[in-house]
Design a protein. Structure first.
Length: 319
C-alpha cells in the first residue's frame, strides 16, 4: 500500500511540474510603447522628451524578462525550469537585443560626439547587463539585471529633469548605428532558421586561388530546432518593441526623409513573427509536404524585415 502511495505521489508531483512548466512557457504579450511611455510619464509627473519612450521601452522589456511568469529561468538549477529549453532560449534572444540597445544608447544615442563623456548611469547599466545569464548566485543574473534597470530608470528620469539632465540625440547617424546592429542580428537569425533544412549553400572561398566555390550545408540538430525558433521569437519580440519606440523618438527625422512607410513595413514584418503558434511542437516539414516548417516561415518574415532595414539604412546614409 505504501508503494502505491509513493507511485501516486510521484505521478501527481510530475503532473504539477509539467503544468507549471507549461504555464511558465507562455511568452509575455507585446505592448504599445507609445501608450506605456505616456502612462509612465504621467505616473511619474514627467515630460515625454525625446528618448523617453525608447528608454522606457528598454526598461520595461528588461522588467518583463526577469519578472514574467516563472521569473528568469535561464540560470535556474531546479526542476521544472532545469528541464525547460524553449523559454530560456526566448530569454537569450530578448537579452541579446537588450544588450545591443544598451550599448548603442551608451556609445551613440546619449553622446553628442565620440570624444564626449559617457553618461554615468548608462556607464553603470551596460556592464551590468553583460553578466553571464547562467550565473545563479554571488551575484545572480537577476540582481545584476535589476541594477541595470535601476540605472536606466535614473537616466530616463533625468531626460525630463531640469537639473543634471540626460541627453538623447535623435540624429540620423545614431539611428543608423542601431539599425546596422539590428540588420546584422536579423541576418544571423534568418541564417540560423534556414539551417533547419540544411540545404547546400554556395560560399566563395576567398583564401583559395581563383576564389573557388565550395558547398556548405550546415543543418540544425533536430533537438535544437525549437531552441533556435524560440530564440528568434525572443529577439524579434524585443526588436519589434524597440523599433516602435525608436520610430516615435525619431519621428521628425523619418518624416523629413519620407521614411515612415519604410519603418512601418519593417514593423509589420516583425509583428508577423509574433503570431500565435498553434502547434504543440515546432515542426520541421520538408518541401511541399503535409507538415509546415515553422523555422522557414519565421525566416521569411525575418528576411523581409532585414531587407527593409537595409533599405532604411541606405536612405538615411544618403543625407
Amino acid at each position: 500500500m505504501s508503494k502505491v502511495k509513493v507511485i501516486i505521489g510521484a505521478v501527481f508531483f510530475t503532473f504539477i511540474l509539467y503544468f507549471l512548466s507549461v504555464y511558465w512557457s507562455f511568452e509575455p504579450d507585446t505592448f504599445n510603447p507609445d501608450s506605456y511611455a505616456a502612462e509612465q510619464a504621467k505616473l511619474n509627473h514627467q515630460t515625454l522628451t525625446t528618448g523617453y519612450e525608447t528608454t522606457t521601452t528598454l526598461i520595461h522589456i528588461s522588467e518583463l524578462l526577469i519578472n514574467k511568469s516563472g521569473g528568469f529561468l535561464t540560470n535556474d538549477k531546479l526542476p521544472p525550469s532545469l528541464l525547460m529549453d524553449n523559454m530560456p532560449a526566448w530569454e537569450t534572444g530578448v537579452l541579446t537585443q537588450v544588450r545591443d540597445m544598451a550599448l548603442v544608447l551608451k556609445d551613440n544615442l546619449s553622446r553628442p560626439q565620440n570624444e564626449s563623456h559617457v553618461d554615468s548611469d548608462l556607464k553603470e547599466a551596460q556592464p551590468e547587463l553583460n553578466i553571464n545569464s547562467h550565473s545563479w548566485n554571488f551575484p545572480s543574473a537577476e540582481s545584476e539585471y535589476q541594477n541595470a534597470i535601476d540605472a536606466l530608470t535614473r537616466y530616463r528620469d533625468r531626460l525630463s529633469a531640469s537639473r543634471h539632465p540626460a541627453q538623447f540625440y535623435s540624429r540620423d547617424d545614431n539611428l543608423v548605428a542601431w539599425l546596422e546592429v539590428v540588420q546584422k542580428r536579423l541576418g544571423t537569425i534568418s541564417q540560423d532558421l534556414g539551417s533547419s533544412v540544411g540545404e547546400p549553400q554556395l560560399i566563395m572561398d576567398s583564401k583559395a586561388e581563383g576564389k573557388e566555390v565550395s558547398l556548405n550545408a550546415p543543418k540544425t540538430s533536430w533537438f535544437k530546432i525549437d531552441n533556435v525558433f524560440y530564440e528568434s521569437r525572443g529577439s524579434t519580440w524585443a526588436i519589434l518593441l524597440l523599433m516602435k519606440a525608436m520610430k516615435h523618438d525619431f519621428e521628425p527625422l523619418l518624416e523629413e526623409e519620407k521614411a515612415t512607410v519604410m519603418i512601418d513595413q519593417i514593423i509589420r514584418e516583425l509583428e508577423a513573427t509574433q503570431e500565435t503558434v498553434w502547434s504543440p511542437m515546432i515542426l520541421n516539414g520538408m518541401g511541399f509536404g503535409l507538415l509546415p516548417n515553422h523555422s522557414l516561415i519565421m525566416a521569411n518574415y525575418v528576411s523581409r524585415a532585414q531587407a527593409g532595414t537595409v533599405d532604411l539604412i541606405n536612405l538615411l546614409e544618403k543625407r
